[in-house]
Ligand binder design. Structure first.
Ligand code: ZN
Length: 487
């Protein structure tokens, strides 16, 4: 063969090969581009499904949520013993939501029409998600039926909730019970309440009932003057700033006249000479007013922030912040008032009981929660919400010291009614003047504390908004609840 022809042929082949390489490289670039795009899409979908879809679908006003309702029958909500406390039923082709216990779980379980409330609101996404198996989904598709939604299982103790609901009937009041060793919330009652089965018919009445506000969960969304329960915070701060706190001494004469003000203990009782423990057990306002002037206000503000004031309470239901707004520049009068629980401070039973949970658990607050797990329609576990440590609110030695004082309130102070029970109770009472008219003072009554027996512990906070309605104060109601729970 002619060598030139041979060379031309070889060059032709080389050109073809290199053109092929170019083409191959282009294909490679395009493939890489699509791979990156696909990966980005997968990452986005994972992020969306993990973090964002829940909150978007959870918004009950969202149209997406409405479209989920068309294809999924809302899952059930169970109490801790596996009893359904909310479920859906198909009646003549219409899905009806049933609350078999009527008003008993009103605000905590809530409702899902006219907006939503309670667990129905915060777990909307899970209740409208279906992990039913593929075959059933296909069968339902053919039959034109909705897929059953997943169910949520709560720590709510049905019997305890029913007992408290009955006990507080007729009051403007609330109570919350938490196991401090797990953070599981066992009961949450708020009165007056409503029957969520009738929500569509009673809606106009209950939203216009400003005096009773039945839709408000007083235990988690209330804002109350803490009264003497605030002495817990003042006491802890005084202990932190004054290691010699055991040497504190005050002589209470019942009334204190100051520059343009008069302060007094309840019923102007003169408590006489008292130690710090006496002052706490007897709930002496004047001793705590005195202590208020001995505190470093900046440090007090920082401590109270650590004790969950001015912060979102991390719980799986709507709640209000507790507010502590004392400033260094405030008057001595304001500092004194604040120290014994009047002033501008605001709290609610959830906040007080979370702080009490830490004292009952060596200073550690466990994550407060209602929901323990999510299950599919066939009963298999889709997600578990494990008990876990939320944060440390105080050292274990501070918790020990605090418990000594909380115990003295029961053995020699204002919670003496619990002194001779088979369980060991700790706590603090409180009364706050909320408003006064010419006829009467309307008082608010609080109890926050815990009791233990055979290794079991229960934290309770009770508040009674208008004590003129009852001869019992919050401590008496809490006493009844402890008796029911431990006997
Ligand atoms: Zn006093």
């Amino acid at each position: 063969m002619n060598p030139n022809r041979e060379r031309r042929k070889i060059n032709k082949v080389r050109k073809k090969i290199s053109r092929g390489r170019v083409i191959n490289q282009d294909i490679l670039k395009i493939s890489v581009f699509f791979c990156v795009l696909a990966a980005a899409l997968i990452v986005y979908l994972c992020v969306f499904l993990t973090f964002e879809s829940g909150s978007i679908i959870n918004n009950t006003y969202n149209k997406r949520s409405e479209s989920f309702k068309k294809v999924i029958e809302r899952g059930s909500i169970y109490s801790s013993d596996g009893t359904p406390i909310a479920y859906s039923e198909n009646r003549d082709g219409v899905e009806v939501r049933i609350y078999p216990y009527g008003n008993i779980f009103a605000q905590v379980v809530g409702y899902e029409t006219n907006g939503a409330l309670g667990l129905e609101a915060s777990y909307n996404y899970y209740l409208l998600t279906s992990h039913t198996n593929m075959f059933e989904k296909i069968a339902n598709e053919f039959k034109g039926q909705k897929n059953p939604g997943d169910s949520i299982h709560t720590s709510l103790d049905r019997d305890l909730q029913m007992y408290i609901s009955d006990l507080l009937e007729g009051q403007k009041a609330s109570a919350i019970c938490i196991d401090p060793t797990t953070g599981q919330i066992k009961a949450t009652v708020s009165k007056p309440d409503f029957d969520p089965n009738d929500i569509q018919y009673i809606w106009d009445d209950i939203i216009s009932d400003e005096e009773n506000s039945p839709l408000v969960n007083r235990a988690t969304q209330g804002s109350y003057t803490p009264g003497s329960t605030f002495k817990i915070f003042t006491l802890l701060e005084y202990m932190r700033e004054h290691p010699d706190y055991d040497n504190y001494y005050y002589n209470c004469e019942g009334v204190l006249e100051g520059d343009g003000y008069t302060m007094s203990c309840i019923d102007q009782t003169a408590h006489g000479g008292e130690t710090l423990e006496d002052a706490f057990a007897w709930s002496c306002n004047l001793a705590f007013a005195d202590i208020g002037l001995k505190l470093d206000i900046d440090q007090f503000i920082a401590s109270n922030s650590n004790l969950l004031f001015n912060r979102d309470l991390n719980v799986d239901i709507a709640s209000n912040k507790a507010i502590f707004s004392l400033q260094k520049t405030d008057s001595d009068f304001m500092k004194m008032q604040t120290a014994f629980g009047q002033g501008k401070t605001l709290t609610n039973p959830l906040h007080l009981s979370l702080v009490m949970c830490a004292f009952a658990n060596e200073g550690v607050l466990m994550r407060p929660h209602y929901v323990t797990k999510i299950t599919s329609p066939s009963g298999s576990v889709v997600k578990t919400f494990k008990d876990k440590e939320e944060e440390r609110l105080c050292t274990s030695s501070e918790a020990d010291a605090m418990n000594r004082y909380l115990r003295s309130v029961v053995t020699e102070g204002t919670a003496f009614c619990m002194a001779y029970e088979d369980y060991t109770a700790y706590g603090k009472t409180g009364t706050a003047e909320t408003k006064s008219d010419k006829e009467q003072n309307i008082d608010l009554s609080f109890f926050v504390g815990f009791a233990e027996k055979d290794g079991q512990k229960l934290v309770i906070c009770v508040n009674i908004e208008d004590t003129t309605r009852t001869w019992m104060s919050a401590v008496d109601f809490a006493h009844e609840i402890f008796n029911y729970y431990f006997y």
